[in-house]
Design a binder for this molecule. Structure first.
Ligand SMILES: Cc1cc2nc3c(=O)[nH]c(=O)nc-3n(C[C@H](O)[C@H](O)[C@H](O)COP(=O)(O)O)c2cc1C
Length: 450
């Protein structure tokens, strides 16, 4: 294999021979955000079961590790208007994954469920059930979720400060694990700041002991939580440079806790655009990005940063010359990590340097790390990112529902398989086996089930 352009002459070490890592792949079900292109004639429902089946089966045909559902419990809105591309919301995660368990055989089934508004017992029981029904294919993406807006759907309601969200998440998983491990044992007693539980587990241990635990959340607290608790991380750090920095950081955090860093897998989200030639793929990628960011989406995007109405500005004109307003409550369904004034200053500098209009800037900002090229080039790049320790694999985010991964599965996966970089057949039956992860409490599970 030739050295891909992105890494040639950079001095970055790429694993070779016996040091090579197996690539892991996952399929993100698209639908709710501006990455989904609804204007394409082949776009179909994000709610009907056929769509879930199509994507899950395509991913299983490609021998992917897992199928992935994000969580969004309300349609995102801003200044009283629903985001224009949030056509409908997401159906219930457990129902969808349980139904998929019946029509798939080996692929892992991962669901995002927040730890801020739920109860550990319920979530533990739901994932244990999914793990039983799917014969060991369940995974939980643990998120704290970003805002009070989502919380208004729940009885406990409202908002938790950032640090409290992670304290609650940590205690949440502690209690959930007690339920997973607690079958036939002493009563489960937990008196903590967030939960006060005296109960018992109604289910025997599931095939994986615990579902595979993923985490998504990028702050220091989020990374520490993942390093302590998770088997894998879903991250936005998908470029070679930021991916390598993130990977080194979280693996070190895991090692500092006495964990084997190989047991914390790193999965950036990524999109792939494939063409017969590199030029064709680049043109296709340009068209996709323009379709993802229409004029209204561009203004909505900026409004969430500016915290105020910007509808009178021309999306094809320069950036708004008004100052942002900081109001955390106004951020509904989107996470802001920094002071909006600083973000606005960087946007202005970038627009000025590139002579970019509002829409052009948002198109630039909207780039998911993308593998763009021929199938051969995309396979090369993905393998290189993994062997350069920028990732252990990728959660692929297609732009089309539900056919967006068909081309990747048919054209790129066989090339990865030919090179021995990716499995040709599943060798295990559980998701922990696909990912090379240990079964927690294996001895105990065997003793009790056997
Ligand atoms: C890659 C990624 C994916 C996420 N997916 C979801 C999601 O599906 N649903 C959700 O409510 N929050 C999601 N989050 C947000 C997290 O729940 C978290 O609230 C947010 O990132 C703030 O925490 P942080 O400051 O640690 O990043 C995601 C975050 C990241 C980084």
């Amino acid at each position: 294999m030739g050295t891909p352009v992105s890494i040639a002459n950079t001095g970055i070490a790429v694993r070779e021979g016996e040091h090579r890592k197996p690539i892991h792949l996952a399929a993100h079900f698209p639908g709710v955000n501006h990455n989904t292109v609804w204007s394409d004639p082949s776009a179909r429902s994000q709610v009907e079961f056929d769509s879930f089946v199509h994507l899950a089966r395509a991913a299983e045909r490609g021998r992917f590790d897992f199928f992935f559902l994000a969580e969004g419990l309300r349609l995102r809105e801003h200044l009283g208007r629903i985001h224009d591309l949030d056509v409908v919301g997401r159906p219930d995660t457990f129902t969808v994954l349980a139904a998929l368990a019946a029509v798939t055989d080996r692929i892992g089934l991962a669901g995002t469920i927040n730890t801020t508004f739920n109860e550990p017992f319920e979530v533990a029981r739901q994932f244990a059930t999914l793990d039983h029904l799917s014969a060991g294919r369940a995974a939980w993406n643990m998120v704290t979720s970003s805002d009070a807006f989502t919380g208004e759907n729940f009885r406990r309601g409202g908002f938790l400060a950032h640090a409290d969200r992670y304290r609650r998440a940590d205690e949440f998983v502690t209690v959930a694990q007690r339920f997973w491990d607690g079958w036939g044992g002493d009563p489960i007693v937990h008196h903590g700041r967030q939960f006060d539980v005296r109960g018992g587990s109604p289910l025997p241990p599931s095939p994986q002991g615990h579902p595979v635990l993923l985490q998504a959340g990028d702050s220091g607290e989020g990374r520490d939580f993942a390093a302590a608790r998770a088997d894998a991380i879903f991250t936005r750090h998908g470029s070679l440079e930021s991916g390598r920095a993130f990977y080194a950081d979280v693996k070190r955090r895991a090692a500092d806790r006495g964990r084997n860093p190989d047991h914390l897998k790193v999965f950036p989200g990524a999109a792939a655009v494939i063409g017969a030639t590199a030029d064709e793929a680049a043109e296709k990628a340009r068209e996709i990005r323009r379709s993802q960011v229409g004029p209204q989406t561009a203004l909505n995007f900026l409004e969430q940063v500016w915290g105020r109405e910007l509808q009178s500005f021309d999306p094809d004109g320069p950036l708004p010359d008004v100052e942002p307003v900081f109001e955390e409550q106004a951020v509904k369904g989107r996470v802001l990590h920094a002071d909006p004034r600083e973000i606005v200053a960087t946007y202005r500098a970038r627009a000025e340097a590139g002579g970019l209009s509002i829409r052009e800037l948002v198109i630039e900002l909207n780039t998911r790390p993308q593998f763009v090229g021929t199938a051969e080039q995309v396979a090369d790049e993905i393998d290189t990112y993994v062997q350069a320790d920028a990732a252990d694999g990728f959660i692929l985010v297609p732009h089309l529902t539900p056919t967006g991964l068909d081309e990747f599965v048919d054209d790129v996966v066989p090339l990865l398989q030919e090179r021995g970089a990716f499995r040709s057949e599943y060798t295990g039956t559980t998701l922990r086996e696909h990912l090379g992860l240990p079964v927690p409490g294996a001895d105990e599970t065997a003793r009790r089930v056997g």
